[in-house]
Each structure stands twice: as C-alpha cells, then as structure tokens.
Design a protein around this ligand. Structure first.
Ligand code: NAD
Length: 496
C-alpha cells in the first residue's frame, strides 16, 4: 500500500487479505473513507460479498491444522518479527490513525503503543498456555489439563480505536494456535490494512490471518458461518446484544465488549489540580469517543464552596482545549469521526437543554485552529444541573460532552452510579483510602479507577466490563484471552 501522507497524492483502493493474497472485492458497494478534519477522501473500501467471506473462512479453516502444530515457541517468533515491524513503522501507523479517525497524533501514538504491547504479551505464549496436573488423583492415576486451540475466530471492530482494538484479540488468537479473520470498521479501515501488510511481511503463513472489509452484511455472514468457532466483538450495546444472541443460537464462543456511560466521582478531599488534568483527557480525549471516557461528573459536596470552585476549574480547563487537525502537534482535541456523529452529539445537547439541564459551556459552534472546514468539529461542552433520568445522564453520547451532577455524600454518588445500565469504567478521585476502598467494593463497573481518569487495563490484564457494557464470560486481553481462545481438555491416565 502506498504511504498515506498529507497532502494526499492518491486515493487508496483497499483490498481484502485472504490466504496470504491481496484480493480485490467484486462487490459494487463501495464507501469513501474520509479524513474528518480535512473532509478529503483517503480511500475507497468495498463491502465484500458472501463468497468473499466464505473464501476467507475456508482459507482460515485450511490453515488451522498446520498452524496448530506449529510449536508455541515458533508461533511466538512470528509475533516477535511482527513487533519489530510495528516498531519500525510506528510513526506511519500513528499518522494513518489520525488521518482516518481524527484523533490527535499523540493519542494515535498511544494507541499504536498499546497495540504493540498486546503483541509483546502474546509472545509469552509458551508459558501462558501451560496447563496443570496432579499426580495420584487415585493410586497410580494422574490427571492433567491441556489447553488446545479451537479453529477459526473472527473480530468485528469498532471505529473508535481502529488500530488497537482488533489487537486486543488477534495476537492472543494466533499465539494460541487459532486462525483469524478481522472485519475492520468500514469508517476507518486503513490502519488495519497497514497492520495486515506487516503480518504478511512477518511471514505469518497464508490463511492464518485474514481481513475482509464490510459492514453489517459481512458481520452477519461471519456470524452465520458454521466454521467460525468464536466471535470477538467490540462496539455499541444494541449491536453487541444481537451478536451475543446469534452466537448463543449457533453455539459460538463470544466476547462482546459494548457501550458505556462512565461516572467520575470527585470527593472534596481530592487533589484538585491533578484531578482536573486527569478529567480533561478522560472527558475530552479522543473527542469523547472512548468506551472509557468520562461522561458523568459527580461532584460530592454538601458545601457550595467546593462544588463551585471545582466546577469553575473544570470548565475553565475545558474551555482552553485547542481543537483542530490532529497532525498538528499542538492540538489537544480532534474532530468527531464523521459529520453524522457530530449531528448525533448535537442532538443530545439539544435534548439536554429541553430536559432542563443548564448548558454552561457550549461547543456546538466550534472554534477550530487552522484553515479546516468545521463540518465535523465540536468544542468541549459542559452541562450543569444534570439529574438521573435525564437522557444525557443515562445514554451514551460518545462525544465531548460532560454532564455534571451533584451528590451530598459518597453513598449517594455510588447509588447514582450503580443505577445506570452500563458498567464499564467508573472512577473516584480522593485522598481517602477508606472512600476509595468503599467505592472499589460497591461500584458496579468492570474497570475501576482510583485517581485514574481512563481505566484502560494493560495487555496482561483482562479488559473488563459489566451490565450493558459486556456480554460474555471471559474478556479480551491477558489470561482471559488465552482461556477464551483455547479448549480445556482433561486427561486422566493410568498405565498397566
Ligand atoms: P457499532 O456497534 O456501530 O459497530 C461495531 C461493528 O459492528 C462495526 O464493524 C460494524 O460494521 C458492525 N455492525 C454494525 N451493525 C451491525 C449489526 N446489526 N450486526 C452485525 N454487525 C454490525 O459501534 P461503533 O460505532 O463502531 O463503535 C463505538 C461503540 O463501541 C461505542 O458504543 C463504544 O462504547 C463501544 N466500544 C466499546 C469498547 C469496550 O471495550 N467496551 C471499546 C471500544 C468501543
């Protein structure tokens, strides 16, 4: 693939990667991949046909027996090569993400780094995949567990971390000896194509790793294919529920990591300066398009003085955030990923006004650094006087909008938080160990932050989630991923 550089020299034509070959789709359904900052088309992506999905599954199925017999150590060596190639291409991979998604270049670098870390952790597979045993479960009889790969898995990806999210799964699937198909988000699939080029360069055998571009139809064809043994999905809750149900019906393993509405609880004894700084990246980083973004800010205060002081500091910092094209190193917040996403966020802002919340920072008429169309840009927005039950308190807005609530004490804050249907990444800001422990113990959230605004688990821990934020049992990343991608086989042996 040609390098993606600014200004754009050619519009890329994205192809599928099936059985180690780059193949053009025969479909006539083609979408534009648009840079949200410049509104220029970067690439054309084709929605693949059912035959093309079948070809990818067939390639992955045929590659499985040999890949499975490739020793864990040898599989790890492919991943070591992949890691080196990712490091060599670090800056280009990051620039592609900024161009196709809109996030700032520093946010993209963070995403690339996190993606590489998944590969690094998966290289430990000879140790990670070990089973366990017990001698003499009865006289002269031993019993042990071995973990075996299962077959073809797929990933259905969201748009908001186009490079990193598929890597929460693929290195672990490959390392455990399975074969894999990625369906990137059609909104920003270029960085996945770049990654597949590196998989190819790393020498990963044909059919072991494949990419099929498309939207709902390709997802459905993957979900209904009898040779797909398991599905990893990351995306919105309504779609996650469909995927979870379909996998139940067809007997496939599934991880469905879904939407969120995260609460940031601020106690009066917090370190105000550091808390405000952490909350800026939590609420407005990635333009609020993170499943771990702060969405509801609960200021715990009986006393007006702390409430007002903290809110002023929060709004003051939010109003100073520099918005523009993320390739400019000085920019702190990029555009929404599409014009439609911006419209959806504006719809929520109007709904907040209608339902009686007070708009104290209005980002609808964006102030953008540089000469770019303001079509997809927004500025940080803050509502005060938000109460449970309001749409902007309950639903995922997925944009740079903070809803500020007030609670008289920690009990009330936890109650407000737990009443929400989601449970992805809630956090408390405090200097009290007792309050932190109480919060950790009682909060219904899969990932919990204590003085941390974005509770993103490292590659060697599971990426958790509860309630409407997650459907399944085992999670992506870490030891959970190793278990998800393997069957536990129990052997009981006696020798005469
Ligand atoms: P989305 O649900 O619209 O799409 C996700 C994927 O599903 C895409 O590849 C899309 O093509 C496909 N898809 C869409 N409709 C489908 C259908 N009916 N059947 C089968 N497949 C379908 O999500 P999105 O807008 O791309 O991503 C944003 C969402 O992802 C947010 O809700 C965010 O919170 C969530 N997310 C969650 C996590 C997490 O770990 N919990 C991480 C990142 C993003």
């Amino acid at each position: 693939m040609a390098l993606l550089e600014e200004p754009i020299k050619e519009i890329l034509k994205l192809r599928n990667y099936i059985n180690g070959e780059w193949v053009e789709s025969e479909s006539e359904q083609i979408l534009d991949v648009v840079n949200p900052a410049t509104q220029k088309t970067l690439a054309k992506v084709t929605m693949s046909t059912k035959d093309e999905v079948n070809a990818a599954v067939e390639a992955a199925r045929e590659a499985f027996p040999e890949w499975r017999q490739t020793t864990p150590l040898a599989r790890a060596r492919y991943l070591f090569r992949l890691k080196e190639l990712m490091e060599d291409n670090f800056e280009q991979l990051s620039r592609v993400q900024t161009m196709e998604h809109g996030k700032t270049i520093d946010e993209s670098r963070g995403e690339t780094r996190r993606g590489i870390e998944m590969v690094e952790v998966a290289t430990g597979i000879p140790s990670l995949m070990m089973g366990y045993n017990l001698e003499d479960i009865a006289t002269g009889i031993d019993e042990y567990v071995i973990y075996q790969p299962i077959g073809v898995f797929c990933h259905i990806a969201p748009f908001n971390f186009p490079f990193m999210v598929p890597l929460w799964f693929s290195p672990f699937a490959l390392a455990t000896g399975n074969t894999f198909i990625v369906k990137p988000s059609p909104r920003d699939p270029i960085s996945q194509v770049k990654l597949a080029e590196l998989m190819d360069e790393a020498g990963i055998p044909p059919g072991v790793y494949n990419i099929v571009h498309g939207g709902v139809d390709v997802s459905t064809n993957l979900l209904e294919h009898p040779d797909i043994k398991g599905v990893t999905f990351v995306g919105s809750t309504p779609v996650g529920k469909v995927i979870y149900r379909k996998c139940g019906e067809t007997g496939k393993r599934v991880i469905a990591q879904c939407g969120a509405k995260n609460f940031m609880i601020v106690m009066p004894d917090c370190d105000q300066e550091r808390t405000v700084a952490a909350l800026m990246t939590s609420f407005f980083g990635n333009t609020g398009q993170r499943c771990l973004s702060g969405a509801n800010l609960v200021i715990v205060s009986e006393d007006d003085a702390f409430y007002k002081k903290f809110l002023d500091a929060f709004v003051g910092a939010a109003s100073k955030i520099k918005v523009g094209y993320g390739l400019d190193e000085s920019i702190q917040m990029g555009p929404m990923q599409t014009v439609d996403s911006k419209k959806s966020v504006i719809g929520y802002i109007e709904c907040g006004i209608r339902e009686g919340a007070k708009l104290i920072l209005d980002g609808r008429k964006p102030n953008v650094v540089g000469d770019y169309p303001d079509t997809a840009f927004l500025n940080p927005t803050v509502f005060e006087g938000v109460t449970p039950g309001m749409t902007i308190c309950e639903e995922e807005i997925f944009g740079p909008v903070a809803s500020v609530l007030r609670a008289k004490d920690l009990d009330e804050a936890i109650e407000i938080c737990n009443a929400n249907s989601y449970g992805n990444g809630d956090a408390i800001f405090t200097s009290s160990g007792k309050a932190a422990r109480e919060f950790q113990y009682r909060v219904e959230s899969g990932n919990v932050g204590i003085n941390i605004g974005i509770v993103a688990p490292m590659a060697f821990f599971p990426f958790s989630g509860m309630k409407d934020s997650f459907f399944g049992v085992l999670h992506g990343q870490g030891r959970d991923a190793i278990r998800f991608f393997t069957e536990s086989k129990v052997v009981i042996q006696r020798w005469f």
